[in-house]
Design a protein around this ligand. Structure first.
Ligand SMILES: [Zn+2]
Length: 279
C-alpha cells in the first residue's frame, strides 16, 4: 500500500510558542509524533516561504521575493511531482498557493473552489483570499472549518497528498505579539480543534506533518534573519525513520521529504536531503 500524507502549515508560529500545543506535545511524549526544529529560507516572508516549502529551493532561485510578487512559479513542486506519480492532490489554503502552483492571477469565481481530475498540479482546491485583511480585521476563516474541509477532501475524493494552511496565528502575532493571553488562547483553541482531526487522519492511513512557514520576532515581525523570525517546530506522525531530533532542519528539505514518502520522483532542482527515510 502506498503512503498518503497531509501537510498542515500553521502560519507564523515562532519556536517559543509550540509548547503551548498540548496535544502535539503529548503525542511527542507518547511516541506517536517526533519533533524537530526547522529554519525557514530567507526572506522569511510568507509568500517566499510557501514557494520554498513546495519547490524545495530558496527564493533566490524560485523568484518569489515577497507577498507583492505572486505569479505562477515555473519550477517542479510537490503537487506537480505527486501528479506525475499518478496520485491525487488537494489544497485548503490561502489563494497564493493556487497562484504559485496552478494558475495566476487568481479569479475568485473560478478559483475559490475547484475539482479538476486532469490537473497537472492541484486536483481539489479550496482557497480563501483574505481580501480586506488588516491589523484589526483578520479576515481569516475558522480553523475548525478548514480542518473539516481538508477531511472532506480525504473522505470524499481520497486524496493522496493534501496541504492545509491557515494564517490565524500569524495574524494574531502581528496584532497582539506572542507573549500574551490572546496568543495563549488562540493556540490553545487551535490545538484543541486540530487534535481530533489528526487522530481521524491517522486512522484513515495518512502520515501527518504539522509545522509553520516561519516564526515571528518579539515585535510580531518576520521577513529577515534570526532564530525568532526563521525557526519553528515540525511534528511528524508516521512510521519512517528520521534524522536525529536534535538536528536543525532546513525548510528546503520538506519538499523532497514529502515526495519520497509518497513514492514520487524527486526532481533535480530539489537538492536538499530528505529528513525521513523512503519506504
Ligand atoms: Zn507566513
Amino acid at each position: 500500500m502506498q503512503n498518503k500524507l497531509l501537510l498542515i502549515i500553521l502560519d507564523g508560529v515562532p519556536l517559543n510558542n509550540w509548547p503551548l500545543f498540548g496535544n502535539l506535545e503529548g503525542w511527542v511524549d507518547s511516541g506517536e509524533a517526533r519533533k524537530w526544529t526547522m529554519r525557514s529560507v530567507l526572506p522569511s516572508t510568507s509568500a517566499s516561504c510557501y514557494a520554498s516549502i513546495h519547490t524545495g529551493v530558496a527564493p533566490a532561485i524560485h523568484g518569489v521575493t515577497g507577498n507583492d510578487n505572486v505569479f505562477r512559479v515555473d519550477m517542479p513542486d510537490v503537487f506537480s511531482e505527486v501528479r506525475k506519480a499518478g496520485r491525487t492532490t488537494g489544497a485548503v489554503t490561502h489563494s497564493f498557493w493556487s497562484e504559485f502552483f496552478n494558475r495566476s492571477p487568481f479569479d475568485p469565481v473560478r478559483d475559490l473552489e475547484y475539482d479538476e481530475a486532469e490537473s497537472a498540479t492541484i486536483n481539489h482546491g479550496r482557497f480563501h483570499t483574505m481580501t480586506g485583511y488588516n491589523l484589526i480585521n483578520q479576515t481569516t476563516p475558522s480553523d475548525a472549518d478548514l480542518f473539516a474541509t481538508l477531511t472532506m477532501l480525504t473522505e470524499r475524493y481520497g486524496i493522496d497528498y493534501g496541504i492545509l494552511h491557515t494564517c490565524t496565528l500569524d495574524s494574531m502575532g502581528h496584532r497582539f505579539r506572542h507573549d500574551c493571553q490572546e496568543m495563549d488562547q488562540a493556540i490553545f483553541h487551535m490545538d484543541e480543534k486540530l487534535a481530533p482531526y489528526i487522530s481521524r487522519w491517522r486512522k484513515a492511513g495518512y502520515e501527518v506533518i504539522v509545522t509553520a512557514d516561519h516564526g515571528q520576532n518579539e515585535r510580531g515581525h518576520h521577513g529577515g534573519r534570526g532564530s525568532s523570525q526563521q525557526d519553528f517546530a515540525i511534528y511528524y506522525f508516521g512510521e519512517a525513520n528520521g534524522a536525529p531530533t536534535d538536528t536543525l532542519l532546513d525548510q528546503r528539505q520538506l519538499a523532497p521529504t514529502i515526495l519520497q514518502r509518497l513514492g514520487a520522483q524527486v526532481p533535480e532542482t530539489m537538492r536538499a536531503q530528505s529528513f525521513l527515510s523512503a519506504d
